[in-house]
Design a protein around this ligand. Structure first.
Ligand code: GLN
Ligand code: ZN
Length: 750
């Protein structure tokens, strides 16, 4: 028998209903019960859609108000002390305090650290564990959701983030090995699993995506025993152990398959090696054959061929949870029809899974595949995709394309003389608050209710206002504020050839934040300047230096749905040349500092170390293609945030940007430890405060942080800036925070 399954479904809502409810709740516009009822509706609709589209095993507990790792922190009672949690079931107030920080009289605390989930653009909250951490069940969520589904008529497979992944993604407050806590933690998992069994779960899904990483012996030796005890506690419930985002190594495979779990899920889209394990298996296999990370229609004929040797019963599923794909192509109104027919969103992926099942079960019901085949063939040959000039330009890359005129030390001297900035120069990362009026004006302009001229005037006013405010605050290097941009990738994609856009293709990034990744379907080029108009306008308004603001090639690549018919490297190089043209145009239009943001450089790092060098080489080169076109006198900045930079610090240096602004504040400057070993050669602005929280930082905190930084980095090379763009903040807190920041810099100069 062939079964169909999902291992997780998007939860923000087809029309981002959850986002809207959350944000209203945070503002105090709706009460908790209203938020809860929106959530309940969304869960029910999700189950319904999966059933309707032929999925046999649907998931519960894949819903979250913010993040599944945060849910697990609550489930296990691992709330850090600073949240004053009293030890009962974790309430929403504590939950959101961990997610977003809190600045009330009772509770003035910062949020948990946030970091990227594997190599996706989804962010999770990092658990903080003490070396004597106690765990106890402190949330009823998995049980309640299972029961809720049951009473709505759905038998579900509850999912839990597995204990090994949970521990390895946590950080120890004392720098210990978090896996040492496994003996403390496991009994709680066993209790949870037992409870789910008592509630009647036929299947329980344990997610262990960490199993695809390079694990050391210490971890591998714990796998089998851990899985066996979970299986034992689960009684007659079956355990589906899921791994995704890559293949599992041979040694991990041996442990997993020697354990007592009933079924193993393998990612067969990104984990090619996993194909070696599927021919002879002692377990039920869950074959992750439909890509959960991209939006292209699958080649179903090819998949059937790839899995034809699998013996016995198996499960067909998506490669990873569908959290990373948009909801439903049927809601899509913007993508042109000739491209739309090449696509599949979450709902369509359910249908593909079901078509595969029908086809394999009933052998000859081939009719379903002819459409799919025709689509796949048509896309390969389409003239929309290929541009010979672009392909030729990429072949011209040489040393000249990749290198600045002079080395950093020489450029730095020239730049110091001409810019004449004070010690600890202050700047921001680019965007200023995208307030309601900005979003409304953009929406009105889109709908044709606000003329282009009026919209343009509106943006000019906003830009002028932002510049005035920065001048009043005394910020040294000014930005134009990015009011014209909806999103740092979408804005560029809209101005580049080879990209298309969706109206409905939202994917959760963190909490209520969603992104709408562009789709790169063809060869990329830049028909016209994209940002020159705004940078030039801004520079005209002020005698201070205005920094031009661009998104880098790797970030554009990483935050788009990328074509799957050529290597990512080639697509990155094409984008890099487009940005290079923009950099050159900014320079020739009098812009003297240009920031090329690459917040996603780290996130694109392959999950297995053996693949790192190759990736870092082509991605660093892509940045250098974009930047190296300028003269010595033009200062190139870059920016990175929310990731662990330790492992790639030498590649960050190899970008050879004159200045980098980099996030460090949420993790309290942990990055600086790296600089004990690696002397970062160029200028650097370690972020001095966390912009993801409405909390206003105090001057003294920032002075402390910069002093800490000065121990590792020559103060002459230090900049002072927030840790990311300010677009999600309001103006009042932005002004207050920047005031504190500027006085911190001034105090240090003194
Ligand atoms: N320049 C961008 C901004 O300020 C950078 C955003 C980011 O790093 N994600 O919004
Ligand atoms: Zn950032």
């Amino acid at each position: 028998m062939i079964t169909t399954a999902t291992i997780g479904y998007p939860r923000i809502g087809p029309k981002r209903e959850l986002k809207k409810a959350l944000e209203s709740f945070w503002k105090g516009d709706i009460k908790e019960n209203e938020l809860q009822s929106t959530a309940k509706d969304l869960r029910k609709k999700n189950w319904e859609i999966q059933k309707e589209n032929g999925i046999d095993l649907i998931t519960s507990n894949d819903f979250s108000f913010y993040d599944q790792v945060l849910d697990t922190i609550c489930l296990l009672g691992a709330v850090p002390d600073r949240y004053n949690w009293q030890g009962d079931d974790v309430d929403l107030k504590t939950y959101f305090a961990m997610a977003r920080g809190s600045q009330t009289k009772e509770l003035d605390v910062s949020a948990l650290e946030m970091t990227k989930w594997f190599d996706t653009n989804y962010h999770y909250l990092v658990p903080e564990l003490k070396s004597d951490q106690k765990f106890k069940i402190s949330s009823q969520k998995p049980f309640e959701e299972f029961k809720e589904a049951q009473s709505a008529g759905y038998k579900t497979k509850p999912v839990l983030l597995g204990p090994i992944t949970f521990l390895l993604l946590s950080k120890s407050t004392e720098g210990k090995n978090t896996l040492d806590l496994l003996d403390n933690l496991l009994p709680v998992y066993l209790e949870i699993v037992k409870k789910l069994n008592e509630l009647g779960a036929e299947w329980i899904q344990i997610d262990e995506p960490i199993f695809v990483k390079d694990l050391d012996e210490g971890v591998i030796s714990k796998i089998k025993k851990t899985l066996n005890s979970i299986k034992e506690a689960a009684g007659n419930s079956k355990i589906l152990l899921t791994t995704y985002f890559e293949s599992i190594d041979q040694k991990v495979k041996e442990e997993v398959f020697a354990s007592d779990v009933d079924a193993v899920h393998l990612d067969l889209v990104r984990g090619e090696n996993n194909f070696n394990y599927i021919k002879d298996s002692n377990k039920t296999l869950s074959l992750g054959v439909i890509n959960g990370r991209n939006i292209w229609k699958s080649d179903l004929t090819q998949i059937i061929d790839q899995i034809k040797d699998v013996k016995g019963d198996f499960i067909i599923s998506s490669s990873c949870p569908l959290l990373h794909t948009p909801y439903d192509l049927d809601l899509e109104t913007k993508v042109p029809e000739n491209i739309k027919k090449w696509l599949a969103f979450a709902k369509q992926k359910l249908q593909e899974i079901n078509i595969l099942k029908q086809n394999i079960n009933h052998g000859e019901a081939k009719s379903d595949l002819t459409d799919n085949k025709a689509c796949i063939e048509e896309r390969k040959k389409s003239s929309l995709i290929h541009d010979d000039n672009v392909k030729a330009r990429v072949k011209t890359i040489n040393e000249d394309t990749l290198n600045r005129q002079s080395k950093y030390e020489d450029r730095a001297k020239i730049q110091r003389d001409i810019f004449n900035l004070p010690l600890y120069p202050t700047t921001t990362i680019g965007s200023f608050p995208q307030t309601k009026d900005v979003r409304q004006a953009r929406a009105k302009n889109r709908k044709g209710e606000l003329s282009n001229e009026d919209y343009d005037k509106f943006l000019e006013d906003k830009t002028i206002e932002a510049i005035k405010r920065q001048e009043e605050l005394g910020i040294d290097v000014i930005v134009h504020g990015e009011f014209e941009r909806n999103d740092m990738v979408e804005y560029f994609g809209e101005n580049l050839k080879g990209f298309t856009f969706t109206s409905s293709g939202f994917v959760q990034s963190y909490g209520s934040r969603c992104v709408k990744p562009p789709i790169i379907f063809g060869d990329v080029s830049r028909p016209e300047p994209m940002t020159v108009r705004w940078s030039k306008f801004a520079q005209k308004q002020t005698s201070s230096i205005v920094k031009g603001m661009l998104t880098g090639p790797i970030t554009i690549l990483q935050w788009s749905f990328v074509r799957d018919d050529q290597p990512r490297q080639t697509t990155a190089e094409q984008i890099a040349f487009a940005i290079r043209d923009e950099v050159a145009d900014l320079e020739s239009n009098g812009i003297r500092m240009i920031q090329i943001d690459e917040p996603a450089l780290r996130e694109g790092l392959p999950l297995k170390r053996k693949d790192w060098d190759e990736y870092l080489k082509w991605s660093v080169n892509a940045f250098r293609i974009s930047a190296a076109v300028v003269k010595n006198e033009t200062q190139i900045h870059t920016h990175m945030c929310y990731a662990e930079f330790e492992d790639i610090i030498d590649s960050i240096a190899a970008l050879d940007a004159d200045v980098i602004s980099i996030e460090t504040s949420r993790s309290r400057m942990e990055l600086l430890k790296t600089f004990e070993k690696f002397k970062y050669p160029n200028e650097i602005g370690p972020g001095v405060y966390d912009i993801h929280s409405p909390r206003v930082p105090k001057k003294d905190e920032m002075v402390e942080l910069i002093k800490k930084a000065s121990k590792q980095i020559d103060p002459k090379r230090l900049w002072v800036n927030p840790d990311c763009g300010l677009k999600t903040r309001g103006w009042p807190e932005t002004i207050d925070a920047l005031k504190e920041m500027v006085s911190a810099a001034k105090e240090l100069r003194g």
